[in-house]
Write a protein that binds this ligand. Structure first.
Ligand SMILES: CC(C)(COP(=O)(O)OP(=O)(O)OC[C@H]1O[C@@H](n2cnc3c(N)ncnc32)[C@H](O)[C@@H]1OP(=O)(O)O)[C@@H](O)C(=O)NCCC(=O)NCCS
Length: 172
């Protein structure tokens, strides 16, 4: 990974571990959400953290520094709900590591298509997903791919709200 602007040194894989946070043990992750989201997003991200099947956590010296929340929308379709990194740890490649870990996990589970929604004006998040091969899509393309009924039920779970764009990546 190249040196980031501003002289920040990217972490090496050896310094950061990624593991799963089981349900019931996720309270220590709230502070990352509180630093990352506000208002409706913060409330929804906390609720999702308490309910979602898979939360992967990046740790340095055992302390959580970032997280990603993912779930299956269908047997072969994955969704990235939230990715967030502690403010003091941003720009070091942690979100990239979390996303790569999530994509590998999806692939090992036989997932073919991964979706994510991001706020249109969220530059770091847009760059993160673009760098990992995600591109813009929409309801019409989802419906063409999975049929209108499936598309509607998937859209409900994805909860794409105005101001957000839906992104898609096919896994090889
Ligand atoms: C988005 C977020 C998760 C990125 O985390 P991060 O660990 O700092 O990201 P990384 O260091 O892995 O960098 C990922 C990409 O974003 C870019 N990036 C990171 N911070 C950036 C910034 N402030 N401005 C512009 N680009 C930035 C990096 O350059 C990299 O892109 P590249 O591969 O093209 O160089 C983090 O900023 C965050 O937690 N934001 C608040 C929560 C949020 O908006 N989540 C996303 C929507 S769910």
């Amino acid at each position: 990974m190249a040196q980031l602007e501003g002289g920040l040194r990217p972490l090496s894989e050896g310094e950061t571990q990624i593991d799963e946070a089981p349900l019931g043990s996720r309270g220590t992750l709230w502070s990352i959400l509180e630093e990352s989201f506000e208002g409706l997003y913060l409330r929804h991200s906390k609720r999702t953290l308490d309910e979602i099947e898979t939360v992967r956590v990046a740790r340095r010296s055992g302390a959580p520094v970032g997280l990603i929340m993912v779930k299956k929308l269908a047997p072969k379709v994955g969704y990235v709900y939230y990715v967030a990194v502690a403010r003091s740890e941003r720009g070091k490649g942690i979100a990239a590591m979390l996303l790569e870990d999530a994509l590998e996990k999806f692939k090992s589970e036989g997932i073919d298509d991964v979706y994510a929604s991001v706020e249109e004006d969220n530059v770091p998040s847009g760059r993160l997903f673009a760098a990992h091969g995600f591109s813009r899509t929409g309801m019409v393309e989802v419906a063409k791919r999975f049929g209108a009924l499936h598309a509607v039920s998937m859209y409900r779970v994805m909860m794409v709200v105005p101001g957000e764009v839906l992104l898609h990546k096919s896994l090889p």
